[in-house]
Each structure stands twice: as structure tokens, then as C-alpha cells.
Design a binder for this molecule. Sequence first.
Ligand code: SAM
Length: 196
Amino acid sequence: MSPDPLIDDDELDDLERELIGRARGRVLEIGAGRGENFGALPPEVRWQGLEPDAERRAELAQRAREWGHEAEPMDAVAERVPLGEASVDTVIGTYVLCTVADVAAAAREMRRVLVPGGRVLLVEHVRAPRGRVLPLVQRLATPFTVRWCGGCHQDRDPLPALRAAGFAEVEVRHVRVRDRPLLPTPTLLYEGRAPV
Ligand SMILES: C[S@@+](CC[C@H](N)C(=O)[O-])C[C@H]1O[C@@H](n2cnc3c(N)ncnc32)[C@H](O)[C@@H]1O
């Protein structure tokens, strides 16, 4: 099997913007950080974000206002979303499932809050889908990145949890992002749909 495409940061930015640009209607962003994705969202969406880190959430609130989004970011985690069932049309998240405490619970919550047919759009760095060296390096690095990089796991594959939550896969794209002098970062771009 041929290796996943090797791309640089600029190419990844383009792919992320295109993917997040597919958001429609009422949008929930999990782990929204400091609001890096606002520029990629279509202007007509109704954005609502959650972010558990207080300092990031304050900056997020400020940037959300600057981008014209009225909803105050929620102090919440992806595993327990304070929204009703079938209350959003799209869920987006970038580089969040590497950090959550429980990926399966986060996937179930995304499914719960989405309307039937709603979209989930994710960009995540993931465990290398093949090869021996890189998965081993990722496994060895993870205790350190969990400790010193905000709880980030290098060796996660969120696809099984997304499948178990019932999402239909519209796009599952794996790329490797050049990260000199380190090994390339395996990255997943994902669109799933909640069952109708
Ligand atoms: C690597 S940052 C990514 C931030 C942003 N999405 C971006 O792409 O710039 C991970 C974010 O997830 C948040 N986070 C950590 N645990 C979380 C959880 N259980 N549920 C939701 N977000 C979480 C962190 O506070 C942080 O803002």
C-alpha cells in the first residue's frame, strides 16, 4: 500500500479551511481554543463553542465577538455537552480528540447533539495508520506529551470511537505533515454524518 501523501503546513491549512468551510447552520465547536477556526467558517453559520480552559475561553469569547458570533463560549467538555439532543447541524473540532479524557464519550455526545444527517468535521493528529517505527515513537512520546503538552496523546486513533457512535463516513483522509527535524505527523481529516 502506498504511503499517505506528504504535505507541508500551508497545504494542511488549505485542507483544514476547506473541511471546516463545509459547516452549515447551527455549529458546535468542541475544544475551540482561542478561536483559530473562525476564519474558515462560512459567515452565515450560527456558532456556539465550548472550551474548558478559562484563559483560552476568555480569549475565545473576545474573538467570537469580533467575528460577530453572539453566543458566549461554554465552560464545558466534549464528553458532556450542555446542549439538547438534535440541537445542532454541524459539529467541528480541530486537534481536540487527542486531548479529551474519553474519546468514546465525546463521539457519543457529538452524535447526540447532531440532527439526523448532521455533519461532524474533524482534523486530528493521529496514530500512524501503518508502519512500525512511527507508532512506536508515538507510543513512547505520549506520556511526555500528556504531561507537558496539555494532555495531548500522540498515539490515538479516533476512528473506532466515531464508527461505534454510528457516524457514516463521508470522507476519511490521511496525510502526513512535514515536521522537520521530526518525523512527519500523521493527520486525519474527517467528515461523518449522523444517521438519518
Ligand atoms: C490542541 S488545543 C486545540 C485548540 C483549537 N481547536 C485549535 O485547533 O487551535 C486542544 C483544546 O482542547 C481543549 N480541551 C481539553 N480537554 C477537553 C475536553 N475534554 N473537551 C473539550 N475540549 C477540551 C483544550 O483546552 C484546548 O483548547
